[in-house]
Design a protein around this ligand. Structure first.
Ligand SMILES: C[S@@+](CC[C@H](N)C(=O)[O-])C[C@H]1O[C@@H](n2cnc3c(N)ncnc32)[C@H](O)[C@@H]1O
Length: 327
């Protein structure tokens, strides 16, 4: 069932990020066995947009919000303070979800809204955008790699891999080579420098209208810096382990790399057998672990895209957990 709400209903405009596909997610929560009375793990809390909406819509709901970026988490805490102990906060990667819920009330709903938020692009100053000239950082939690390191220190083959695998950039090898030549003269320190190098590297007649040629390069570097795809794999697996039976897992992806991981994971859980043993030693009898709630991913309706252009590339997949994996 899709909730028949106006798309901007409940939206608190003091915050930058507009929650995506929230009517569809609310529909899955309302139609679940617990009908919104239960616990939600919001794995990507951001500024708390989804969580605020669902806490308002479902008075019997409580939430644990995971957020890797301590800066944006403070904004969410402020926003959600009025909900008191209905919401708790975890400043860490959702890849640790299964450890977090050991000995705690398990979630009935898990939501992943992958990638970064509008706040990151517009206000964080961490170099996610080429619309402003910012230092090359892109690290969500300030641990490990930075974009500066990737761009200035990676060997040419590694740069090419990042651009090709994570940016799905056809010009990966060429752009990597030019960056290596440029950085031999002086380090590439800012987003504007990087964007200009990429702009000049791709011949004009290959530029796509309304899309900056550096878009894919920035996406690739961001995914590499934050190990985003590895976190998604670990987070889905860990989420399944702690989700209650009859609980609902929902995942919003923004590009094909994310969606492929979710689709593959859900398909394996629907098909049932995860045994690595010989078929005659299979312990799970091929009974499904999950039931898909939508065969094709849901996409934003026209009114949502008109309200929030960022929703145009979003895909929502959802599945219900049927049983645990026997250990
Ligand atoms: C698209 S935004 C979420 C927006 C939020 N649903 C809302 O409606 O306001 C994604 C958020 O997840 C965070 N994030 C990304 N990867 C994460 C991870 N592996 N663990 C925890 N948080 C993560 C980002 O820092 C970002 O704030």
């Amino acid at each position: 069932m899709r909730h028949n709400h106006k798309i901007d209903e409940f939206f608190n405009s003091a915050y930058i990020h507009k929650p995506i596909l929230w009517r569809e997610i609310a529909g899955f929560i309302a139609d679940s066995v617990k009908q919104g009375n239960g616990h939600l793990a919001d794995c990507t809390l951001g500024e708390g947009g989804h969580t605020e909406l669902f806490l308002n819509m479902f008075p019997g709901l409580t939430v644990t919000g995971f957020e890797r970026d301590g800066g944006i988490l403070e904004r969410a805490k402020e926003r959600l303070a009025g909900f008191g102990d209905r919401v708790s906060f975890v400043n860490s990667n959702f890849s640790g979800i299964s450890e977090h819920f050991q000995g705690r009330t398990k979630p009935d709903y898990i939501l992943y809204d992958f990638g970064i938020s509008s706040y990151h692009f517009e206000k964080s100053g961490k170099g996610f955008t080429f619309s402003a000239d910012e230092p090359l950082d892109m690290s969500l939690d300030g641990e490990g790699l930075t974009a500066w390191h990737v761009i200035n220190k990676y060997p040419v083959r590694e740069l090419e891999r990042v651009f090709k695998e994570y940016g799905e950039e056809n010009w990966a090898a060429h752009i990597a080579k030019i960056i290596v030549e440029r950085r031999a003269l002086e380090p590439v320190n800012t987003t504007a420098q990087l964007a200009n190098i990429v702009l000049a590297a791709i011949p004009k007649h290959f530029h796509v209208k309304n899309i900056h040629p550096a878009t894919r390069i920035f996406q690739g570097v961001r995914i590499e810096v934050n190990r985003e795809l590895q976190s998604i794999e670990e987070g889905l697996k860990g989420g399944f382990e702690v989700l209650e039976s009859d609980g609902v897992m929902m995942a919003i992806s923004f590009h094909s790399l994310e969606d492929r991981i979710v689709k593959t994971f859900f398909r394996r859980m629907k098909d049932g057998c995860l045994c690595t043993a010989e078929p005659q030693h299979c312990l799970c009898m091929n009974k499904p672990f999950m039931k898909l709630l939508n065969k094709k991913p849901l996409e934003a309706e026209a009114d949502e895209v008109a309200w929030n252009n960022r929703s145009r590339s979003a895909k929502l997949r959802a599945a219900v957990k049927l049983r645990d994996i026997a250990k």
